[in-house]
Design a protein around this ligand. Structure first.
Ligand SMILES: [Zn+2]
Length: 496
């Protein structure tokens, strides 16, 4: 039966987040989008398939074109593309469009080949000899793959015989590819060029950044290279610049915890301290809490090291310790900006601790983090940094500790664990586990009296405090995660 020839719709009104401009230099080839139009047709019509986005009715095929593209061109492209796609045209600089079209079609072809070979650990020499620009294509293909897997980092770790390429997904490293060591230099040079680093410098650590467009999303890539005896270890952190800010509701926290958090941040003044290791999702929670506040009625300001994700409606500042612009100095200046709510990235020393407590005592709401494992450890750390127990007791409203636990993959949790969707790990996605200690008047007086951490711990247990492990075990009973994962993240429980 013949399919009816329905032309795709040329406009999209209900999808505001689609890209509005494409920087051609930053494009990474999307093989599926390029497969929608033959290379020759793309060159003839001067239009480049950029990405395919899922959409309720029809998937959207995003095409880059000259901003002067006319209706005739649009109609022609509509006739070429499968009617199941809705088209979205995005303007780009027209000067080099033809060149970019050729480059991306070549890249889509070779990168898949290279990736497949490196996954199977086949010697890539044959492909390399035929493709002049293989480092460009291979690095792009690896970034594409990493972003599609939802990875936060892409690691290039030189070994004696090989170069191991791994991705961090849901906090755990997975091997993406293993390529011959002879490719090491060309790949690292390519990454350094992308990040505008010194390619001749191999003995000192360097850091830089670049941006790439992957599947129509802007990805900020922060590069860090570090000399090791086996060669330079290079890590690319991948940050989706357009990623929507999380709302507290999507963190899937138990209602009781949401209520506790809200009551802590909606106080007119006070200090709320978060703790947990790097990568435990503290920033996500902190920004979700800030998002709850009324930005039109309150002045919300942040000090971060550095600002990673820009948020509409709040004023963010990066601190820079190397230029005498640490948390304490920045905070002193910030308080003259008449803020209501402050997010201070971290309390690291006595100075910043004292400044934060001063801000609280003058009627500000401050959210911050300290380096500690759990809420009682955080309290102990604050007592260490600030010897004035009464100032601490008066200022502190609450402490929060959190971790991220990997969730059981819904596709394979009832059968043999490990499937294609979860890359064979048996887990997919993560969920926050949290403990919240509200500093009640009883605890305040106990802190003021200078009670020890053990005494404070006993006191909080008596007042109904639920620790992270109990919360995690509730998640195990609910079938969200398993005991192995809880032990991996929180350590094996002590048995008496
Ligand atoms: Zn699975």
């Amino acid at each position: 039966m013949n399919q009816p020839q329905v032309p795709p719709e040329m406009s999209l009104t209900d999808c505001a987040v689609l890209p509005t401009y494409v920087e051609l230099d930053e494009l990474i080839a999307c093989p599926e989008a390029l497969a929608c139009i033959a290379e020759q047709s793309a060159i003839r019509l001067d239009m480049l398939p950029v990405a395919i986005w899922p959409n309720e009715l029809k998937p959207v095929l995003i095409l880059a074109c000259d901003s002067r593209a006319d209706n005739i061109q649009s109609e022609r492209i509509a006739q070429l593309v499968d009617y199941r796609y809705q088209l979205h045209l995005v303007p780009c600089a027209s000067v080099e469009l033809g060149l970019v079209i050729r480059r991306l079609y070549t890249e889509a072809f070779t990168s898949q080949q290279l990736l497949e070979m490196s996954r199977l650990q086949i010697d890539q020499q044959a492909v390399i000899e035929t493709v002049a620009e293989y480092p460009v294509h291979l690095v792009n293909a690896l970034i594409l793959q990493a972003v599609r897997m939802g990875a936060s980092d892409l690691h290039f770790s030189p070994q004696r015989q090989s170069l191991e390429i791994r991705v961090r997904v849901d906090g755990v490293l997975l091997t993406l590819a293993c390529v011959s060591r002879s490719l090491l230099n060309s790949l690292l040079v390519r990454i350094k060029i992308m990040a505008t680093l010194d390619i001749a410098e191999t003995r000192l650590p360097q850091d830089g950044q670049f941006r790439r467009i992957v599947d129509g999303h802007n990805i900020d890539c922060r590069v860090s290279s570090f000399p090791t005896v086996a060669g330079e270890n290079t890590v690319i952190r991948l940050i989706n610049a357009q990623k929507q800010l999380h709302k507290l509701s999507v963190l899937n926290l138990p209602q009781q915890i949401v209520d506790q958090l809200c009551s802590l941040v909606h106080r007119p003044a006070g200090l709320v301290v978060f703790c947990g290791p790097t990568g435990a999702g503290k920033s996500t929670t902190l920004f979700a809490l800030l998002e709850q506040l009324d930005h039109s009625a309150l002045s919300v300001m942040t000090l971060e090291d550095p600002v990673e994700q820009r948020i509409e409606g709040i004023r963010q500042t990066s601190i820079d310790v190397s230029r005498q612009w640490g948390y304490a100095q920045a905070l002193r200046a910030l308080l003259r900006q008449d803020p209501d709510v402050l997010l201070v990235g971290e309390i690291r020393d006595t100075d910043s601790c004292r400044m934060v407590l001063r801000a609280v005592s003058t009627g500000h709401q401050v959210l911050t983090t300290v380096h500690a494992n759990d809420v009682h450890g955080a309290l102990h750390r604050l007592q260490d940094l600030h010897t004035d127990n009464s100032a601490l007791a008066l200022g502190l409203s609450g402490l929060v500790a959190q971790r991220l636990l990997r969730c059981l993959c819904v596709h394979c949790k009832d059968g043999v664990r490990g499937c294609e969707t979860c890359f064979g790990t048996g887990y997919q996605g993560r969920q926050v586990v949290m403990e919240v200690l509200e500093i009640t008047s009883v605890l305040k007086s106990a802190i003021m009296r200078g009670e020890s951490i053990d005494e404070l711990h006993d006191r909080s247990i008596k007042s109904g405090f639920i620790n992270m492990r109990s919360m995690a075990m509730q998640m195990v009973r609910a079938g969200i995660t398993d005991v192995q994962e809880v032990n991996r993240v929180l350590g094996v429980a002590a048995t008496f």
